[in-house]
Design a protein around this ligand. Structure first.
Ligand code: CP
Length: 314
C-alpha cells in the first residue's frame, strides 16, 4: 500500500492500514537509530520548521532529532522572541515561514484546529504536534508503537487511560488509535473529567478505580491539564490523588505483566508515585525514545518518501 497523505493532522482520519504503515516504517527507522551512524540521507536538502507556540520538551526535541536523523535542516521557531509578540497572526507567520523556503511545518498550538487550518492554506506538508485539547497524533502513534513492542499486539489488550481525559489531546489520539487497533479501552477518572459521552468513541467509562484497573494490561496515566481548565473540576489535588493517583497498592490490582505509561510531563506524587514511574513496569522512557523513530516515519512519509524504500521485504 502506498502512502497518499501530505499532512498528518489527526489519528481520527487515519485508517488502520495507515497506522500500521507508520509503525512499520518507524520500526525500520528504529533499526537505523541502533546503528553507530544514526543518520540516513532521506530528507537531505529539505528544511523543516518546528513552529511551537506552546511549551514542549519531548515532542519538540524528538521532532528535532527525527529531522536531523533524516538529514533535514531544522529551524526551531522561538515564539517568545518572534513577531507573534507584536500581534502577527498565525496565518502571516506560517505564510512567511513558507515564503522563506520551509519544506514542512510541524506545529503545536493551544487552539484546536490550527494545524488543519494551516494545511488548507499552505502548499507544504503540515504535521500536528498537539492542538489544544483536540489531538496529539504522534503521541498516539508512539504510545501504540510502544505497547505493540512490549505486548506483541494491541488486539484485545485491556488498556486503561486514567486521569484528565476531557482536556487531553493525548487521550483523544490514543483512544482513536487504540480502538482502531482493536484494544479494549476503559477511561477512568472523576466524572467531571471523564464524561459518559465519551462512550460514543467506542470505549468503556468508569469512575471506580479498582474495577477499572482489575487485570488491566496497560495503564496510561495523564496529568491534570490545569492550563486548559476554566473551572475547578475536583476539590483539590490531594483529593484527586487520594481517589485516582496510582500508587503501589493500586498497581497491585493490575495484570502481573502490566506496563505503566505516561506521555509526560509527570506530576510525581499526584497522578503517579515516583517508585512506579521509575519502576520495572514503567515504559515511560521507552515512549520518549520511540518518539524519534515514529516521528521520523511521519516526516518521511509526509515528505513523499516511499515506504518500500525503507522497509524491504525479507
Ligand atoms: N508528551 C508531550 O507532548 O510532552 P511535551 O509537552 O514535553 O512535548
Amino acid at each position: 500500500m502506498s502512502w497518499n497523505r501530505r499532512h498528518l493532522i489527526t489519528i481520527e482520519e487515519l485508517s488502520l492500514a495507515e497506522l500500521e504503515q507508520i509503525h512499520t516504517v518507524a520500526a525500520a527507522f528504529k533499526k537505523v537509530l541502533g546503528r553507530s551512524v544514526k543518520k540516513i540521507p532521506a530528507l537531505r536538502g529539505k528544511t523543516i520548521v518546528n513552529l511551537f507556540l506552546e511549551p514542549s520538551t519531548r515532542t519538540r526535541m524528538a521532532f528535532d532529532m527525527a529531522a536531523k536523523r533524516l538529514s533535514a535542516d531544522v529551524i526551531s521557531f522561538d515564539a517568545a522572541s518572534s513577531s507573534t509578540t507584536k500581534g502577527e497572526t498565525l496565518r502571516d507567520t506560517a505564510e512567511n515561514i513558507a515564503a522563506l523556503g520551509a519544506d514542512m511545518i510541524v506545529i503545536r498550538h493551544n487552539c484546536a484546529g490550527s494545524p488543519l487550518y494551516l494545511s488548507r492554506i499552505l502548499d507544504i506538508p503540515v504535521i500536528n504536534a498537539g492542538d489544544g485539547s483536540h489531538e496529539h497524533p504522534t503521541q498516539g502513534l508512539l504510545d501504540t508503537f510502544t505497547i505493540k513492542e512490549r505486548l506483541g499486539t494491541l488486539r484485545g489488550r485491556r488498556v486503561v487511560i486514567l486521569g484528565d481525559i476531557l482536556f487531553s489531546r493525548v487521550a483523544r489520539s490514543n483512544i482513536h488509535a487504540l480502538v482502531k487497533f482493536g484494544a479494549d479501552v476503559t477511561l477512568c477518572g472523576p466524572s467531571t473529567l471523564v464524561p459518559e459521552s465519551l462512550r460514543s468513541l467506542g470505549v468503556k467509562v468508569s469512575h471506580d478505580l479498582r474495577s477499572a484497573l482489575a487485570d488491566a494490561e496497560v495503564v496510561m496515566l495523564l496529568r491534570i491539564q490545569h492550563e486548559r481548565q476554566t473551572a475547578s473540576m475536583f476539590p483539590s489535588l490531594g483529593e484527586y490523588t487520594s481517589m485516582f493517583g496510582l500508587n503501589r497498592t493500586r498497581a497491585g490490582w493490575l495484570h502481573p505483566n502490566a506496563i505503566i505509561m505516561h506521555p509526560g510531563p509527570i506530576n510525581r506524587g499526584v497522578e503517579i508515585d515516583s517508585d512506579l514511574a521509575d519502576g520495572d513496569r514503567s515504559v515511560i522512557l521507552d515512549q520518549v525514545s520511540n518518539g524519534i523513530a515514529v516521528r521520523m516515519a511521519c516526516l518521511y512519509l509526509c515528505a513523499g518518501g516511499r515506504p518500500e524504500a525503507v522497509t524491504p521485504t525479507e
